[in-house]
Ligand binder design. Structure first.
Ligand code: KIV
Length: 255
């Protein structure tokens, strides 16, 4: 695969699950992630674990149709990279069927041999450390990482292992600011933050979160609009118009 290089400006990343969102994001982003947040933000499941390989491939094929210039990264779903052999088989399937530029895997040191193996086999890999959504089975598992020395040391150690394995970039999710700064001091590849530090080499958010689809979002989300409110208003107006026979009007029917 072609090597992925970034320019030095902060890297703008967003998620997309279909062509139409990708088309809009592509204008503004450097990297578009077909994240397995799909399971929660699109399908409404309680964790990302319900996303299958076929689910992510189907959505990634759609996203690919909307991308002209951004780097496209596809998440490897839970359970699809437990061994070197299964990881390579599944990563190859994702790359071949979706024509993405890279895959993303969750985990640090413990996944570094698998990641090295994928890269040796010409698959570009993005790492993901800090809070790992695929480890979350219930709400009580959401915990900010790096609040004590042991966790901070582990984050830096994980980053080093991923770099040595050859990742082109790493997502750092939901860490204390100090831990993120520590990671940034020690990292050689671009660190893409989500709830980490404003000084990261780039930032990523789930697009539906920033658009305001949901009432409850993590602290690291900034809602740039409130689409939920706008959708409620629009659908409410449509229902009123249908019930009062104001819709369709002459403009909406055929002669
Ligand atoms: O699945 C996802 O969307 C992600 C981002 C939140 C980084 O992994």
């Amino acid at each position: 695969m072609k090597k992925i290089l970034f320019k030095r400006k902060p890297i703008v990343c967003l998620t997309a699950y279909n062509k139409f969102t990708a088309q809009i994001a592509d204008e503004f982003c450097d990297l578009i992630l077909v994240g397995d947040s799909l399971g929660m933000a699109y399908y409404g499941f309680s964790t990302t674990r319900a996303v299958s390989l076929d689910d992510i491939i189907r959505h990634a094929k759609s996203v690919k149709l909307g991308i002209k210039k951004s780097i496209m990264v596809v998440d490897m779903p839970f359970g699809t990279y437990t061994t070197k052999k299964s990881a390579l088989k599944n990563a190859k399937k994702i790359v071949q069927l979706t024509k993405c530029d890279a895959v993303k895997l969750e985990g640090g040191k413990e996944k570094s041999e698998i990641i090295k193996y994928l890269i040796k086999n010409k698959i570009n890999v993005m790492g993901h450390v800090g809070l790992l959504p695929q480890k979350i089975k219930s709400n009580k598992d959401y915990k900010i990482k790096g609040r004590n020395l042991r966790e901070r040391k582990k984050l830096v150690d994980d980053i080093k292992h991923l770099e040595q394995a050859g990742v082109f970039s790493i997502v750092l999710e939901a860490t204390s600011f100090d831990a993120a700064e520590d990671v940034l001091k020690h990292s050689k590849v671009p660190i893409i933050g989500i709830g980490a530090s404003v000084n990261c080499d780039g930032q990523v958010l789930v697009t539906e979160d920033l658009l305001g689809f949901f009432d409850k979002v993590p602290k690291f989300v900034k809602k740039y609009t409130n689409l939920k409110k706008q959708i409620i208003k629009a659908i409410g107006n449509y229902a009123k118009d249908v019930r009062s026979r104001k819709f369709p009007t002459k403009q909406n029917i055929y002669n």
